[in-house]
Design a protein around this ligand. Sequence first.
Ligand code: NAD
Length: 280
Amino acid sequence: MVESLVERVAADLVRSKYAIALTGAGISTESGIPDFRGPNGIWTKNPEAERAAYQTYDKFLRDPKEYWQAVSGGVSFYHDLRQAEPNPGHCAMAEMEKLGILKCVITQNIDGLHRKAGSRRVLEYHGAVNRLRCPSCSSRFEFEEYEMDGADEPLLPLCKKCQTPIKLDVVHFNEPIPSDVARQSLEETWKCDVMLICGTSAVVYPFAQLPRIARQRKVEQEQKAKSGLYFVKEVAAATIVEVNAEPTPLTQEGISDYIIQGKTGDILPQIVAQVKRFSR
Ligand code: NAD
């Protein structure tokens, strides 16, 4: 069953003109980074950690020094993310880009592993732990540009352009998505004809809106085609495919056309192998 679905998605990808991928924490669990809401997720096991995460952005706005105290240090989740390495799922994504199949990855992940694996067109929707961002002028800086680790007291980094206290380039709950990334992600969503969604529970908004926009776009265009406003030839409908360990709201609501249930580290390399076979 899974094997035939792998062939189906490979055929969809080979036929596509503009395929994109959306990814979430699930693609990085095989790199040793726990997700939030899977069966072994950080929040599944510790709901208090979820409540605390909702306070982080507010903490930054109220007292940036207290914020840095909370997110700094050798034991923090963010520190662990910087040490992680890509797994076969990330590498398969990078290979599909090299093959000219995948045009862009839009990820919710903040671990930077798609770039580490060699993907070039990556939109990091929720930012990345290895950068800092100024909330005032939106300048971004590499983590290494500031001496953050090793100090006895957490330091308060200031923007090198406008001297405002800056934060991690990580989008916390209740914090707006940086407008450049939000705009580019929408553009990619409108452009794609195949959307491959991997390792996300698809419940975090506005990211979870992207597949819904791609689906709605399809319906709108089909309706227009029926009413004779468009030739059927001009209907560019996106095929939406999930690769996930378990069904999601996208599966249940019929937003995705089909799901391949399993581990991204197993399934994505199989998809690449089939893509290569079909492209010969
Ligand atoms: P989530 O935890 O809500 O859901 C992860 C989904 O992936 C679950 O449905 C789970 O069953 C599935 N999954 C787990 N391991 C898998 C595997 N090996 N193969 C296939 N599926 C697998 O994650 P989310 O939807 O990305 O939302 C969580 C939010 O937390 C995101 O905004 C993200 O920024 C952040 N987050 C990021 C990281 C990271 O950067 N690696 C880790 C945890 C959380």
